[in-house]
Design a protein around this ligand. Structure first.
Ligand SMILES: Nc1ncnc2c1ncn2[C@@H]1O[C@H](COP(=O)(O)OP(=O)(O)OP(=O)(O)O)[C@@H](O)[C@H]1O
Length: 328
């Protein structure tokens, strides 16, 4: 559905030159749901705008839905829906008029756009809001209207630029439910950008991590975490000192950190130690560590596994925390 090679965008303004996208190669197969994940300014929107033919690349090429984005922008646009960061709906228009106008824009016959608008309003829980002015909708309703607008031409490919930014967690989850339902219903390929790590992790089948205009990783979230980050086991042990604990950790594990245990915050007694062990597949590895400790005469009084996150992946790849950058 998408094939981009060496896609590049350089903005020049006065003396400032910004290399927003630095020669990315990316393929998206029909039916995939792909999230572009990266910090602010990474180049996600610029990439999307090139792939939707809204912005001409400085170099490189991209075929989208079978057409070259530079040579055949009209054919590309006819085959995609694009939901940008700003709200598409005109503020004072009524919801239903917005949808009908969109249908007219795509050259649909009145009977067709009326039926599609009614259908999409029902599917996206907008029924009853037909006559409401767009400006009176809640943030979540506005975003669902944006999705409806993007789907009026029944596109085989849908692009969403940060669809859930600014929504509360409930509205974000709700919008995701609708996006996945719409995708199944229309068999669409979906490409979106986000800087919400949890969202990319739980919802996307494939995550393309983009930083400083370059793709630095591209795989399923589980694969990224397995390849680029470790789970962390935390055990509280007693019956031995730090050297004994370190010696008891079996070979093949990652970094081992030993802290004095604070008995006021958990089990282990006054002589307990808190041990953090980095490892792949933490849940599977934990029993082996507990058994190795037991054989070394150590007693494990509590244990937990923290699974690697996409933030760990980003941190290991870039030395920076995406979570902290997003918060900043
Ligand atoms: N029209 C423009 N003129 C000059 N620089 C631009 C322009 N558009 C984007 N940029 C710059 O290109 C870089 C990439 O921006 P882009 O909007 O693609 O990032 P992003 O990953 O989508 O970020 P965000 O999550 O904040 O939307 C940034 O440094 C940005 O300031």
């Amino acid at each position: 559905m998408i094939r981009a090679r060496g896609l590049t965008k350089t903005f020049s303004r006065r003396k400032e030159v910004v290399e927003a996208v630095k020669g990315i190669d990316v393929d998206v197969a029909e039916g995939e749901l792909v999230a572009f994940l990266g910090p602010n300014g990474a180049g996600k929107s610029t990439t999307l705008r090139m792939l939707t033919s809204l912005l001409e690349p400085t170099a490189g090429e991209a075929q989208v839905a079978g057409y070259d984005v530079v040579a055949h922008p009209a054919q590309v646009r006819a085959r995609l829906g694009f939901i940008g960061q700003g709200n598409g709906g005109g503020f004072s228009y009524k919801v239903v008029d917005e949808l009908h106008n969109q249908g007219r824009f795509y050259g649909l016959a009145p009977a067709v756009y009326r039926e599609r608008a009614a259908d999409l309003m029902a599917a996206l829980e907008l029924s009853g809001l037909e006559k409401r002015a767009v400006q009176s909708l809640s943030g979540g309703q506005r975003r669902r209207l944006d999705v409806a607008l993007g789907l009026m031409n029944h596109p085989p490919l849908l692009f969403l630029d940060e669809p859930t930014t600014g929504l509360d967690p409930h509205s974000r989850a709700n919008l995701w439910e609708h996006i996945t339902a719409m995708r199944e219903r229309y068999g669409m390929t979906v490409v979106l950008t986000t800087h919400y790590l949890d969202e990319a992790d739980s919802m996307a089948e494939r995550v393309v991590v983009i930083d400083h205009g370059e793709i630095i990783a591209d795989a399923a979230p589980g694969v990224l975490k397995h390849e680029h980050a470790d789970d962390a086991l935390t055990l509280v042990v007693s019956g031995g000192d730090e050297p004994a604990v370190r010696a008891a950790v079996p070979d093949g594990f990652g970094e081992v950190v030993v802290f004095p245990h604070d008995p006021s915050t958990g089990s282990g007694g006054p002589d307990g130690l808190r041990v953090r062990v980095a490892t792949a597949r933490g849940a599977d590895a934990l029993p082996g560590v507990i058994e190795a400790f037991r054989l070394a005469g150590l007693t494990t009084t509590s244990a937990s596994v923290r699974q690697a996150s996409l933030d760990d992946v980003f941190l290991n790849l870039t030395g920076r925390s995406l979570r902290e950058e997003a918060a900043a």
